[in-house]
Design a protein around this ligand. Structure first.
Ligand SMILES: [Zn+2]
Length: 292
């Protein structure tokens, strides 16, 4: 069992092109496992192929990020293997193509998928919902959990992406013997309210915290301290979202999976628990959810 698992990183992205192997080896040598996250077909494919280059400790998810359902977003750091041609095409989720990809390596979840209300154009929300529903259906078919990306608009509070994701999972997931969703999942980079967290837990969705919990509190975005205190330790995970949002003391530099320990330590500090005990419980949670 490793000491840490970064359940959401993008070392499959172009940002790691120059030193990908060093970054991954650095994590593995320091007892830190990595789940690399696909955000569209080419970055998903790259993540899957990477699982075959490394042994135990490197896993993948495959899916279509809500932002990539519209042809408006471009991030220089991203780009998959076919990177040179990538110009944010507004991908339509092709379930069969992704299903075939799932058989090519150590795929542990579907996503990142979900809803991103940072941009609130109506047609974009419709496209996001339809891609999300298809991914819930794929998770149903493959028996895999969902890697959820959920983001609200900081000013317009009339739409709540967390509530809408919860409703869609309840509606489209197969149900288990007690009538709850059969599909489990994790909300990475959680920045919702205590109420959003409780709703997710009711349907078996874990809560994963990222670098911003180590920043100076900004209650307009999220009251991390209260949410972390209220979330039971057996439902908590931690993720770096590398190369983005590095935790303190690395803030402002390119993030990498090794830094997940700074996030785990902050969770322990907020909860007033022993750091090693929290690290151990988070690894147990991740192994249980992703069956690794
Ligand atoms: Zn991500």
């Amino acid at each position: 069992m490793p000491k840490y698992i970064d359940i959401h990183a993008h070392t499959n992205f172009k940002a790691f092109e120059e030193d990908r192997d060093q970054v991954i080896s650095r994590a593995l040598e320091n007892d830190t496992w990595i789940i690399n996250i696909g955000t569209q077909y080419d970055t998903s494919k790259k993540a899957v192929h990477m699982t075959n280059e490394y042994g135990e400790g490197v896993y993948a998810t495959i899916g279509l990020h809500p932002i990539h359902t519209s042809a408006s977003y471009h991030d220089e750091n991203e780009l998959g293997e076919d990177g040179k041609e990538f110009t944010s095409r507004g991908e339509v989720f092709d379930k069969e193509k992704y299903k075939e990809l799932a058989s090519q390596g150590k795929v542990v979840a579907i996503g990142e998928c979900g809803l991103d209300y940072y941009h609130l154009e109506e047609d974009s929300i419709e496209k996001q919902k339809s891609a999300f529903i298809s991914q819930i259906e794929l998770a149903n078919e493959l028996g895999l959990p969902l890697m959820l990306h959920v983001r609200n608009n900081n000013t317009d509070k009339t739409h709540n992406a967390y509530f809408d994701v919860y409703e869609l999972i309840k509606k489209y997931s197969k149900t288990n013997e007690v009538g709850l969703p059969y599909i489990r999942g994790v909300s990475h980079f959680f920045a919702g309210s205590v109420e959003d967290m409780k709703r997710f837990m009711e349907i078996g969705v874990y809560i994963s915290f990222a670098g911003p919990i180590t920043y100076k509190p900004n209650l307009l975005i999220c009251d991390y301290e209260t949410v972390i205190k209220e979330t039971p330790i057996d439902m908590i995970l931690a993720d770096t979202d590398s190369p983005y949002v590095a935790p303190v003391p690395h803030r402002g530099t390119r993030n990498e999976p090794l830094y997940v320990k700074d996030i785990v330590n902050k969770i322990a500090q907020i909860k007033g628990l022993d750091e090693d005990e929290v690290a151990r419980q988070i690894v147990i949670n991740a192994k249980k959810l992703f069956k690794i």
